[in-house]
Design a protein around this ligand. Structure first.
Ligand SMILES: [Fe+2]
Ligand SMILES: [Fe+2]
Length: 284
């Protein structure tokens, strides 16, 4: 699809609550917005999709071209994406399926939309199948800034726990005395999604929430200095973790995750214990 054709479809989708005409007449689409791997700019494409237990499935067919579409490269670098359906817009973690699971999902895609089988026949590339898993499923139910803080912390805790679980599963499969298994895309995508969310959350605390609260409560100054220092320490552990993602066999990744979990859990607990009462009292 050319850029201007994309834009026409996107405009029509947004203007008509997800309905589009032309070659897409009658088919259900989503708009997927990724972040440019190099440019850092948002990149939106209209895509067909299938519903799956874990989320929505999209296929990087690029109409059978020999190169993966740009959005696929983007989501490997930045797994947090925006999904717009006819009814709603939400954030998701993009996880490409691998191995037997990819083949199983692709076979399902071809049963429902045989055109994808023709695309696969045109190229030597293995056409990727990506699961878009919605984030923030479990909300705290509390309103205001206190509720937002709890929601973000809840998502960070859950995502890190998922990464730990994937590490444990992998340790289980590890061949004794053999070469270390690669970490796998599922683990990589959840780890990067967690790291990017954490970075964003700490930046917004440092630049927004903490200076605001310190103004209201100057006596808490020391506490905020401590949180700042913890943010810097956690950022270092997180950078090490991302480096371990690319190390052969993910050397050091498992230990890195455990260290980060301990530091982060203690940080989130302290923040919640001290800040939630303050936020609730402010009625903010
Ligand atoms: Fe924090
Ligand atoms: Fe926080």
């Amino acid at each position: 699809m050319s850029f201007s054709f994309h834009q026409t479809v996107i405009d029509e989708f947004r203007a008509n609550a997800g309905r589009v005409g032309g070659p897409f007449e009658g088919s259900e689409l989503i708009l997927l917005t990724t972040t440019g791997a190099r440019s850092g700019k948002p990149h939106t494409v209209p895509l067909g999709f299938l519903r799956e237990a874990g989320g929505l499935l999209v296929v990087g067919s690029a109409a059978g071209a020999d190169r993966h579409p740009a959005w696929y490269h983007n989501l490997l670098a930045r797994p947090l994406v925006q999904v717009e359906t006819a009814a709603e817009e939400y954030e998701a973690v993009a996880v490409p399926a691998e191995g037997a699971r990819r083949d199983e999902l692709f076979a399902r895609v071809v049963r429902e939309a045989p055109g994808y089988g023709e695309y696969q026949a045109r190229t030597g590339r293995v056409i990727p199948v990506v699961v878009l898993q919605r984030t923030h499923e479990a909300a705290s139910g509390e309103g205001g800034i206190a509720g937002k803080l709890l929601d973000v912390h809840g998502w960070l805790r859950a995502q890190l726990e998922l990464v730990r679980e994937l590490v444990r599963e992998r340790a289980h499969e590890e061949p004794r005395g053999g070469r270390a298994l690669p970490l796998g895309l599922q683990l990589r995508q959840h780890c990067l999604a967690f790291c990017h969310s954490l970075e964003f959350h700490h930046k917004s605390e440092d630049a927004g929430l903490f200076p605001y609260l310190e103004q209201q409560h100057p006596h808490m100054r020391e506490f905020f200095r401590r949180l700042d220092a913890e943010h810097r320490g956690i950022a270092r552990l997180q950078q090490e973790l991302v480096r371990a993602l690319d190390a052969p066999g993910g050397a050091g990744f498992g230990e890195g995750v455990e260290r980060l979990s301990r530091e982060l859990e203690a940080h989130l607990d302290a923040e919640e214990a001290q800040l939630l009462p303050v936020l609730r009292a402010l009625g903010a």
